[in-house]
Design a protein around this ligand. Structure first.
Ligand SMILES: Cc1cc2nc3c(=O)[nH]c(=O)nc-3n(C[C@H](O)[C@H](O)[C@H](O)COP(=O)(O)OP(=O)(O)OC[C@H]3O[C@@H](n4cnc5c(N)ncnc54)[C@H](O)[C@@H]3O)c2cc1C
Length: 266
């Protein structure tokens, strides 16, 4: 079985997210990291490989990303967590791609890899669209299961439990398939020091849009249907009020008065 895992380089959780007013796109300067949700997808792939009872021989786990040059850091991290090799789709024509264009471009890379299973995270920590899995699956003409929190994999299919607003769906899906995993599916491992040191030596193929047959008219700003018209930063939060607990009865009275004033309690 060949598993491809989609991973994305995103601004670190500690970085204030800003939109670049000149381009209307996310300002990606500053510290970045592998999208934390994608570590669950890599872990899911590793658990399929390591499960001796499922009768599956995982030949390869391939991490795939689309992004600017710095995005290869996400691939190094993915490899340190267990992927065997990685692919970086990087091309100036892709800048400004919206979800539909990004999903199309990633699907073209995946098409060239012909995987049995595509795993991805439930959402990216920056765009938070939750959509790439479905878009990729549509292009690949594969079934798509999202928000999977439990997965029992056999040679031909996966029995998935997906988290829904009303409870859980149990869905059996035949391979090849695209499955996006929820963060409740597993506890991702930490990479060993040896794996971190060795990650840069593992095969990393950089591909251009032309290498995988991407139609330039379907990607980038011009090939995207979504454009950013206007945006406003959220209003700055007012400073909170700190009540020193010198006399507990008085503290409680102050909190109750504060809540009553705002009609938060009757
Ligand atoms: C108008 C517009 C302009 C944009 N311009 C740019 C730009 O110039 N440069 C840029 O980098 N992004 C740009 N983006 C964002 C980029 O297109 C997003 O990656 C894409 O929209 C996917 O959305 P998401 O990250 O919220 O995915 P989600 O659907 O929330 O992500 C789910 C999963 O999909 C996978 N995934 C998502 N994106 C990628 C990726 N790129 N590579 C591999 N796996 C991925 C991950 O596994 C992730 O966990 C733009 C978006 C819009 C709407």
């Amino acid at each position: 079985m060949k598993i491809c895992v989609l991973v994305k380089e995103v601004p670190d959780a500690a970085v204030d997210k800003r939109i670049d007013p000149a381009t209307g796109r996310l300002d990606r300067s500053g510290e970045t990291n592998l999208n934390p949700y994608d570590t669950h997808a890599i872990e899911a792939a590793m658990q399929i490989r390591e499960d001796e009872g499922n009768g599956i021989e995982v030949g390869e786990i391939v991490a795939v990303t689309m992004g600017p040059s710095g995005a290869e850091r996400a691939l190094h991290k993915a490899v340190s967590l267990g992927a065997d090799r990685s692919i970086h789709l990087s091309d100036d024509t892709l800048a400004g791609s919206d979800v539909a264009a990004t999903g199309y471009a990633l699907a073209k890379v995946l098409e060239s890899e012909n995987p049995d299973l595509v795993l991805l995270g439930q959402q990216s920590d920056d765009g938070e669209c939750y959509t790439i899995g479905a878009v990729v699956a549509d292009h690949l003409k594969m079934p798509s299961v999202t928000q999977v929190v439990k997965m029992v994999v056999t040679a031909g299919n996966a029995k998935c439990e997906r988290q829904a607003e009303y409870g859980y769906d149990t869905v059996q899906v035949d391979f090849p398939a695209v499955i996006s995993v929820g963060d409740a599916i597993n506890e991702p491992r930490y990479p060993s020091l040896k794996a971190i040191m060795g990650a840069k030596k593992k095969q990393l193929d950089v591909k251009s849009a032309g290498d995988v047959g991407i139609d330039a008219g379907r990607v980038g700003t011009d090939g995207s249907k979504v454009s950013c018209g206007d945006f406003k930063a959220p209003p700055a939060k007012a400073a909170g009020q700190i009540i020193e607990d010198e006399d507990t009865n008085d503290t409680v009275a102050q909190i109750v008065a504060w809540l009553e004033e705002r009609k938060l309690i009757a």
